[in-house]
Design a protein around this ligand. Structure first.
Ligand code: SF4
Length: 432
């Protein structure tokens, strides 16, 4: 690095889509001669890719901006992404912020660097900007490949269609070529990602076609899908995933609520009985798979009985990974105008009960891995331990002096998840 080489650091909040986009933008900076430095380090520029899915996400963004300026007081702070798109005026009042770029403009960041005094650049286009994890993204070992953006659904609580626009997609050929590049760069696992990837369609080709093409790449060892809406899961898709021989044993199928009245008010596209059928369908093709679900609790008007219905469904269902969110009112959404908003105390009470249940369920699920061998892709070292995930997206740690980054190793599991330890631990199997 020369003394005059400019530096830039990144921080990404929110979904895997944001992670994929940060990867491509970071690579663009590197190609233009910038050195990428860790977020905590002093740098000329700080680039933040933000989220606005809940109040919590908004306040995390504001805290992050303050933190960035604190550890790198001389840097120019660029804020992009969904929070920037939706709350540019509010952000412009923060003295720490130098440039605000909406979801389309963030890809044009290089053109705006010389005009930082302009401050706000928000546009809403329906172009598809391809993105994927690159080595310039210092944080990720698993590669996120963006195949879709935006959403045509109108879930009552959700701000994302406003923040990201209508659904649009990459072509199957382009996804294949990006995936080839990722495998060539040494990535072993690809996660196909987007806002609503089940709705993928381009020139008559569906997600099944894309999975078949990407899954055929020699050298690709692991394939995952990010969240898939339940109404878009088909037998054809599940068969294509199975036939690839690379799909990992883990699905993420948003639930939100197990009460039909709430699902209807949320404008979700399934009933609870249909959701159950989807889970059965997954289990027919992937009998032992882990299943994650997003759950919103404290939705306006959700009675305690309706909450209990969701709780009981989750208790009995094969869902293993809970992602529980308190309902968060988003300006401009239908649900924000509904009567019966809950106070935070009640939302916290429901969240706590669901999280306790979630902890119990993942402990039970992980217990079956004890004394078994599972394969783990290692991602990072923390202290003396390497951490990674197995196919069922359970976190595994092992003590090792070897450099295990981006290595897939067979691990004999010695201890499973417990109330005090949200991960399994084990040892490397030398001869399996
Ligand atoms: S499917 Fe519903 S919750 Fe998901 S992004 Fe689209 S509108 Fe939002």
């Amino acid at each position: 690095m020369t003394d005059t080489q400019k530096t830039v650091s990144f921080h990404t909040l929110g979904c895997r889509l944001n992670f994929s986009e940060t990867g491509s933008i970071a690579s663009g900076f590197e190609q233009r001669g910038y050195k990428i430095v860790p977020f905590e380090q002093d740098s000329d520029l700080v680039f933040l890719n933000t989220c606005t899915v809940t109040d919590g996400a908004d306040s995390s963004c504001r805290n992050l901006i303050k933190k960035a300026k604190k550890h790198s007081p001389g840097s120019k702070v660029i804020v992009s992404g969904c929070y920037a798109q939706m709350e540019s005026e509010k952000l412009s009042e923060m003295p720490e912020v130098d440039l605000i770029l909406g979801n389309s403009e963030k890809y044009n960041v290089f053109e705006h660097l010389g005009e930082i005094e302009t401050k706000i650049k928000i546009d809403q286009t329906n172009d598809f900007w391809g993105a994927y994890t690159t080595p310039s993204d210092l944080k990720h070992t698993r590669a996120f490949l963006k195949i879709q953006d935006g959403c045509n659904y109108i879930c009552s609580f959700c701000i994302i269609p406003q923040a990201r626009g209508r659904s649009r997609t990459i072509s199957v050929d382009q996804a294949y070529s990006n995936a080839l590049e990722l495998v060539g760069a040494g990535y072993k696992e690809i996660v196909l990602t987007g806002v609503n990837i089940g709705e993928y369609e381009k020139s008559g080709e569906k997600l099944t076609d894309l999975v078949q093409k990407v899954g055929s790449i020699q050298g690709l060892q692991r394939l995952r899908l990010s969240s898939v809406e339940p109404n878009t899961i088909t037998d054809e898709l599940l068969i294509a995933l199975k036939d690839s021989g690379k799909y990992l044993n883990h699905f993420h199928i948003p639930l939100q609520s197990a009460n039909d009245e709430i699902l209807k008010s949320m404008r979700r596209k399934y009933t609870i009985s249909e959701y159950k059928d989807v889970i059965k369908k997954i289990q027919t093709h992937f009998p032992e798979s882990a299943i994650g679900a997003d759950i919103i609790t404290g939705y306006p008007g959700e009675t305690y009985e309706q909450f209990e219905e969701t709780f009981k469904f989750l208790e009995q269902s094969p869902i293993t990974h809970f992602h529980v969110f308190p309902y968060s009112s988003r300006k401009g959404t239908t649900a924000a105008k509904l009567p019966g908003h809950h106070n935070n105390t009640e939302k916290k009470r429901r969240i706590k009960l669901l999280n306790q249940l979630g902890d119990q369920k993942i402990e039970n699920y992980s217990a079956k891995f004890k004394n078994q061998i599972t394969s783990v892709l290692f991602e990072q070292k923390k202290g003396d331990f390497w951490e990674g995930h197995n196919p069922e997206f359970l976190k595994v740690k092992v003590a090792s002096d070897e450099d295990l980054k981006n290595q897939i190793r067979p691990i004999l599991i010695e201890s499973s998840y417990s109330s005090s330890k949200h991960q399994m631990s084990g040892k490397i199997v030398l001869h399996s």
